[in-house]
Design a protein. Structure first.
Length: 175
């Protein structure tokens, strides 16, 4: 007895990107995180350039994080440390952006008021500050004093505002 091959499964329907809304908050969270990381990176690039030490901040943070070195304001930035820290920095901001996007987009209908954006920004800012200060004290010895708490706080506030505005606008569009 010769068995016939099993019937072929019907071809799966290809989902067009515009048809898929399964996890829109993931993409929005990644975008928001990249935006926040870019805002901080640009803010410190400007500050470092004005101080006459281009790329000092990512170099100092990379050296402290990956090598356990205290920041040397006179040291020349190493491209590998700058790149490695930039990637780690982006990952941290994405880790904030994805859950923030979930919270915001799952409540899109209630995100009509500009005060909602302020609330989002406040929560993100508080999270950034707590994480940076806690990790800075534990793992980045000497970095907080080298960078300055006020500078870090201003950069974090700018990032939180940018991410909140982005997510608020996305929520308004989705509702």
């Amino acid at each position: 007895m010769v068995s016939s091959p099993p019937p072929m499964a019907p071809a799966a329907k290809q989902v067009q990107p515009s048809e898929s809304s399964a996890l829109p908050w993931v993409a929005s969270g990644v975008e928001a995180g990249v935006l926040g990381a870019a805002v901080v990176a640009i803010a410190f690039l400007v500050v470092d350039w004005l101080d006459g030490r281009p790329l000092f901040t990512p170099h100092a943070l990379g050296g402290a994080l990956f090598l356990g070195e205290k920041p040397d304001p006179q040291g020349a930035p190493q491209a590998l440390l700058v790149l490695a820290y930039t990637i780690a920095h982006g990952v941290v901001f994405i880790a904030f952006g994805v859950p923030a996007a979930f919270q915001v987009l799952s409540r899109a209908a209630s995100m009509r008021s500009p005060s909602a954006a302020l609330g989002i920004a406040a929560v993100l800012f508080a999270g950034f500050e707590i994480v940076f200060l806690a990790l800075g004290e534990l793992f980045l010895v000497g970095v907080i004093s080298a960078l300055g708490v006020v500078r870090v706080s201003i950069a974090n506030a700018l990032a939180a505002a940018a991410m909140a505005a982005f997510l608020w606008a996305r929520a308004r569009r989705e509702s």
